[in-house]
Design a protein around this ligand. Sequence first.
Ligand code: ZN
Length: 136
Amino acid sequence: MRAEGIYPIVREGYRTAKDQQAILDERIQRYLDEGYLERGAVGAAKEWVAVPGTSEHQLGMAVDINADQSRSANDDVYAWLAENAYRYGFILRYPKGREQVTGTEYEPWHYRYVGMEAAKEIYQSQICLEEYMENH
Ligand SMILES: [Zn+2]
């Protein structure tokens, strides 16, 4: 990617359950501050933040990759990753148009390691991990 003049950074890698809870709590608080009632705030937060024990970051197999903003744009990083990450065994974990299958909003920065073989098939078939798992 750097050879093509695009500069990525890993914004998130491994996260503990405690880290994950803190992120969820912070998001819930933000909704409460906006005037949501407790149940609504928790529900809204969970649409965006994984509950501890369910985040791929806690598994240690996922990374969030963004641009080094002083040198590149996020969209350039995301475009490069979408075309090339499979060569290194990584897949776009939550693709656009698969929200109903993955249960998660489109996240162009979130990549998961699945190994070279699975990554290549998932990329070439343009499917998501859930669909791949159904066939294997
Ligand atoms: Zn992520």
